[in-house]
Design a protein around this ligand. Structure first.
Ligand SMILES: N[C@@H](CCC(=O)N[C@@H](CSC=O)C(=O)NCC(=O)O)C(=O)O
Length: 282
């Protein structure tokens, strides 16, 4: 049952289930936050596995839900889909809307430590703790069966959230992730402002570093898809560095001719949801 904590903004019947959009006041971010959710058809009393999708730079909670075509597959597989926004918004932090790759729409799924960002930009805690608990409280979700997926900046977020919380997320997947943000321009710009100049603090949020550090201790399976015609691959993503790890957890697939767009995501989202469902339903 929905109580007054959540304000329903939109509701649409979709593939036998329901696609909705909500707003709530986030304690982590000290700001109103929006998220979108898809609830597949189910029986009363069912507890369903959930996949949280973290979108990329410039996106909102609506981008994945309106462009990826995921609901048809989630309905068939009995998966709840959750898509948070990519940052707090309208916080009145000076310059929050100045750049497309920093501030609004570019929260990098981290908990900022530097003023003025630290007060509101607490996206790691928001996604892994507050939003997850909220979904569990208000929707028919099995909190023991959670997967996390993301694209680009959100692929980075999925790797970091998933690798840091193996007890919470049993499956991880990413499309074209920012793989080594400590070493690439989008990540360096974000980390230096949100986390400060001490690069030792950046390691906690670097997927490449985390994969290296957790080899042998964290066994969560990870599916990654990467297009070879992605214009951000060479400078920002460095997905080939993940492949070079030769890590048994990684299933890295390269796709000739695919770029960075949601046309790429829509082409392979069914594989990602099937990957999560197979693990979360086992
Ligand atoms: N405005 C930028 C491009 C922004 C962009 O491509 N955003 C990607 C994510 S990039 C990494 O996080 C995205 O998903 N956009 C939404 C979409 O609908 O495609 C520029 O001008 O280069």
């Amino acid at each position: 049952m929905i109580d007054t904590e959540l304000e329903l903004l939109e509701s649409h019947a979709c593939f036998g289930g329901v696609a909705q959009r909500y707003q709530h006041v986030s304690a982590s971010c000290q700001a109103p936050m929006r998220f979108s959710v898809f609830i597949p058809p189910h029986q009363s009393g069912d507890k369903l596995p959930v996949v949280t999708f973290l979108a990329g730079l410039t996106c909102t909670d609506e981008t994945f839900m309106t462009k990826a075509g995921a609901q048809r597959y989630a309905a068939e597989l009995g998966l709840i889909l959750v898509a948070p926004d990519t940052s707090p918004r309208n916080t009145r932090i000076p310059g929050e809307d100045k750049d497309w790759d920093f501030g609004s729409g570019a929260g990098f799924y981290l908990d900022a430590t530097e003023a003025p960002w630290a007060k509101h930009y607490q996206m790691h805690h928001y996604v892994t703790s507050e939003l997850s608990a909220l979904i569990s409280q208000h929707f028919p979700m099995s909190s023991q069966r959670q997967g996390i997926c993301g694209h680009s900046m959100g692929g980075h977020g999925a790797l970091v959230c998933g690798l840091h919380h193996p007890e919470q997320y049993q499956s991880i997947s990413a499309f074209a992730p920012v793989s080594a943000p400590s070493q690439t321009p989008w990540g360096q710009k974000a980390f230096s402002h949100y986390l400060g100049p001490n690069q030792n603090q950046w390691r906690w949020y670097d997927g490449l570093e985390l994969l290296q550090d957790s080899a042998g201790t964290n066994h969560t399976p990870i599916l990654i898809d990467q297009g070879r015609d992605d214009p951000f691959l060479e400078k920002e993503l460095k997905t080939e560095w993940l492949g070079a790890l030769r890590d048994d957890r990684l299933r890295l697939r390269w796709h000739e001719g695919y770029d960075h767009s949601y046309f790429f995501i829509a082409s392979f989202i069914s594989d990602h949801l099937a990957f999560h469902a197979q693990i979360l339903r086992s």
